[in-house]
Design a protein around this ligand. Structure first.
Ligand SMILES: *Cc1c(COP(=O)(O)O)cnc(C)c1O
Length: 352
């Protein structure tokens, strides 16, 4: 088997790249499609899989689009890239800029970025600016800065980001040996749902495309409400966005596919995160658990979820270790087998 070359090379014929595009790669993409063993029991009429995007090099799907955006910035002769970020875009931009030898400026809404993501941006050598405003205002700022300072903007407004992200749809069709019936994913800035739908439209004739189900957090659900949210609130920081940049794309994906967009509460998100960790062995960050929280909500409401369903798990749980704070802390015990046996409530065998 040939080693996986990364998104740019694997999908060169379906991406806007040429011989002049630098062959940038951290071997992103080709992420596992993991069958569900536990959540699936709540959806008896469905066959449920998880697209485990936390397995990408920086731990989120953002790498798929970032590799294309940074390669194209290099090709265009850029010296530096810039982004506003709720965290994962910054982590990915910082890593790919480091790989490409470009400077990287990331602008983060103060206090709104998970600890692991901030560590990634810093450790990869990005210049990290923290601003006292929302993500949406930070995005407006970097758009203006990219124009006036001639920096390459690598937010999902950059069309190469969505081009790269659409490759996850190609992988799902390959991995299943055919199209799924439903794809469910968390929606923040709405670039990813837009990109998946583009990928399915390119890969499949109209009658074989899956329904796109988008899930937002109740406190940050502009697409569900039909209007921007001024002060979005949710534990799921990666989807804490009140004015999605790809608003139209998300609405089109949902309506053209006959899908749906709805919201779940933070409690439902944290419950789904715990189930994924404790019953599936998959530690995802809260935003990623929104897709599964959405499926569980529908199941509880008596909606029959049928066919092959893929829930996209967008990012790794290690990025947001504070989300483990609700689970039991270590228990202090004496360093003896008897003390461990007492914890497990079992009787130790004699001797040893
Ligand atoms: C960026 C991100 C999202 C949201 O994707 P959008 O394209 O902004 O809708 C969801 N989950 C994680 C982990 C992310 O990093």
């Amino acid at each position: 088997m040939r080693p996986w070359p990364g998104v740019l090379q694997a999908f060169a014929d379906r991406l806007p790249v040429s011989d002049r595009t630098p062959p940038l790669s951290l071997r992103e993409g080709n992420t596992p499609l993991v069958p569900s063993v536990s959540v699936a029991r709540d959806l008896p009429d469905a066959e449920l899989y998880f697209k485990w995007e936390g397995a990408n090099p920086t731990g989120s799907f953002k790498d798929r689009g970032m590799v294309v955006a940074v390669a194209k910035a290099l090709e265009a002769g850029a010296q530096a890239v810039v982004c506003a970020s709720t965290g994962n875009t910054a982590a990915s931009a910082a890593a790919y800029a480091a790989r490409a030898g470009l400077r990287c400026l990331v602008v983060l809404p103060e206090g709104a970025v998970a600890e692991g993501k901030l560590a990634q941006a810093r450790v990869h050598g990005a210049l990290v600016a923290s601003v006292a405003c929302s993500f949406d205002a930070a995005l407006r700022l970097v758009r203006e800065a990219s124009e006036r300072l001639s920096l390459a903007l690598v937010n999902s407004l950059n069309p190469y980001r969505l081009e790269g992200q659409k490759t996850a749809a190609f992988e799902i069709v390959d991995q299943l040996g055919g199209p799924p019936d439903v794809v469910v994913l968390p929606v923040g800035n709405a670039g990813n749902i837009t990109a998946y739908w583009r990928g399915f439209c390119e890969a499949l004739p109209a009658h074989r495309r899956p329904q796109m189900w988008g899930v937002q957090a109740e406190g940050a659900a502009p697409l569900v409400l039909g209007r921007p949210v001024e002060r979005p609130q949710t534990v799921a920081s990666a989807i804490r966005i009140g004015r999605p940049a790809s608003w139209e794309g998300a609405i089109r994906a949902v309506s053209e596919s006959g899908g749906r967009i709805f919201a779940v509460s933070d409690d439902e998100i944290l419950h789904a995160q715990a189930r994924l960790a404790q019953e599936e062995g998959l530690f995802v960050e809260p935003a990623s658990a929104a897709s599964v929280a959405g499926l569980l909500r529908l199941a509880r409401e008596g909606v029959r979820v049928r066919g092959t369903v893929v829930a996209v798990l967008t990012g790794h749980g290690l990025k947001d270790p504070s989300s483990a704070d609700r689970t039991p802390f270590p228990i202090r015990v004496d360093p003896t087998v008897e003390a461990l046996a007492a914890l497990l409530q079992i009787t130790p065998a004699e001797g040893g």
